[in-house]
Write a protein that binds this ligand. Structure first.
Ligand SMILES: Nc1nc2c(ncn2[C@@H]2O[C@H](COP(=O)(O)OP(=O)(O)OP(=O)(O)O)[C@@H](O)[C@H]2O)c(=O)[nH]1
Ligand SMILES: [Mg+2]
Length: 261
C-alpha cells in the first residue's frame, strides 16, 4: 500500500477506498471528510478514481454575480424547488474571504437553516484561499464527491467580478449570472466578462423600481434574461424551466426533473 500525504497526514490507499465507498453509499459524514481531505491534501485526489462517477446524471449549476445581487437567496429558492421535486441537492458556496462579504456567510447559514434538517440537502462553504477565477481550488473535486454521493443537482455559488469569472464555465453545465437593478457601471463591466459566459441572466430584485431598465438594457445583449424576486420566490420556477430548456437544447442531461424512484 502506498501512503500519501505529508507527515501531518498519512492516509493509506485502503482507507481512501473505504472512504470512497462510504461516499458512494451517500454517507454525509464521509462526504464532509473527503471534501476536507481534498481541500487540505492535494495528494488525496487519488481517491477520485474510486468514486466511479461514470453513470451519474448530476446537473451542476453555477450561480454567479456581484456581491449582494441575491445569489444566495436565489440558490436557497432553487434548493426548495428541487427538493419539492424529490431531488437530492448539494450547495457549494464559495467564500471569497474578502471584507466585501464579511457578514454574508453568516446570513447564508441562517437562511440555509431551513434546509439544515433535510438529509437530502448538503451545504458547504469553501474558501478561495486567494485562488483566482472565483472558485476555491477544490470546488471541482467537491462537486465530484457530491455527484458520487448521489446528489442530483449541485448549485455552486460564486462571486463574479468581470473577467475573472471563467472557471465556473469549466465546472458547471449551466451558468446563471445574477444581476441586481441599478448597478450601472458594474453591469457595464459584467457585460464584458461575466455575461459572455452566462447561459442565463437573472435580473433579481425585480421588485426594485430600476428593474425594468436593467432588463431592457440586458436583453439587448443576451437572449436569455429573466426577472426574479428571490425574496418572494417570484420567477424562480421560470428560472428552473429556462435551465431545463437550456439543457435540453444542449442535450446534456436533465435539470431537476423529478425521477421515478
Ligand atoms: N428587494 C429585494 N431584496 C432581495 C432580493 N433577493 C435578495 N435580496 C436581499 O439582498 C441582500 C443580499 O442577498 P444575498 O442573497 O445574500 O446576495 P448574495 O449575492 O448571495 O450576496 P454575497 O454572497 O454577499 O455576494 C439580502 O438582504 C437579501 O434579502 C429581491 O428579490 N428583492
Ligand atoms: Mg451569498
Amino acid at each position: 500500500m502506498s501512503p500519501i500525504g505529508s507527515h501531518m497526514f498519512m492516509c493509506d490507499i485502503r482507507d481512501l477506498m473505504t472512504l470512497a465507498e462510504q461516499v458512494r453509499a451517500g454517507n454525509v459524514r464521509a462526504v464532509s471528510r473527503l471534501i476536507s481531505l481534498l481541500e487540505n491534501h492535494p495528494g488525496a485526489r487519488e481517491v477520485l478514481r474510486f468514486l466511479n462517477n461514470t453513470s451519474r446524471r448530476t446537473t451542476v449549476i453555477g450561480v454567479t454575480g456581484y456581491p449582494g445581487a441575491g445569489k444566495s437567496t436565489v440558490v436557497d429558492r432553487l434548493v426548495s424547488l428541487y427538493r419539492r421535486r424529490g431531488l437530492k441537492v448539494g450547495v457549494l458556496a464559495v467564500d471569497i474571504s474578502s471584507p466585501l462579504t464579511g457578514g454574508a456567510l453568516l446570513g447564508d447559514r441562517i437562511r440555509m437553516q431551513e434546509h439544515a434538517l433535510d438529509h437530502d440537502v448538503y451545504v458547504r462553504s469553501m474558501a478561495t484561499r486567494g485562488h483566482h477565477g472565483g472558485l476555491a481550488p477544490a470546488t471541482g473535486d467537491a462537486a465530484l464527491v457530491l455527484e458520487a454521493a448521489g446528489y442530483e443537482v449541485i448549485l455552486i455559488e460564486t462571486i463574479g467580478v468581470g473577467q475573472n469569472e471563467v472557471d465556473i464555465v469549466d465546472l458547471a453545465h449551466i451558468v446563471v449570472a445574477v444581476v441586481a437593478p441599478g448597478l450601472g457601471d458594474e453591469v457595464q463591466a459584467m457585460k464584458a466578462g461575466l455575461l459572455e459566459v452566462a447561459h442565463i441572466v437573472v435580473v433579481n430584485k425585480g421588485d426594485l423600481p430600476d428593474a425594468d431598465n436593467t432588463l431592457r438594457d440586458l436583453r439587448e445583449w443576451c437572449p436569455n434574461v429573466l426577472r426574479t424576486v428571490a425574496t418572494t420566490g417570484e420567477g424562480i420556477p421560470e428560472l428552473a424551466a429556462a435551465m431545463t430548456r437550456y439543457q435540453q437544447s444542449c442535450g446534456v442531461g436533465h435539470v431537476g426533473e423529478a425521477r421515478n424512484r
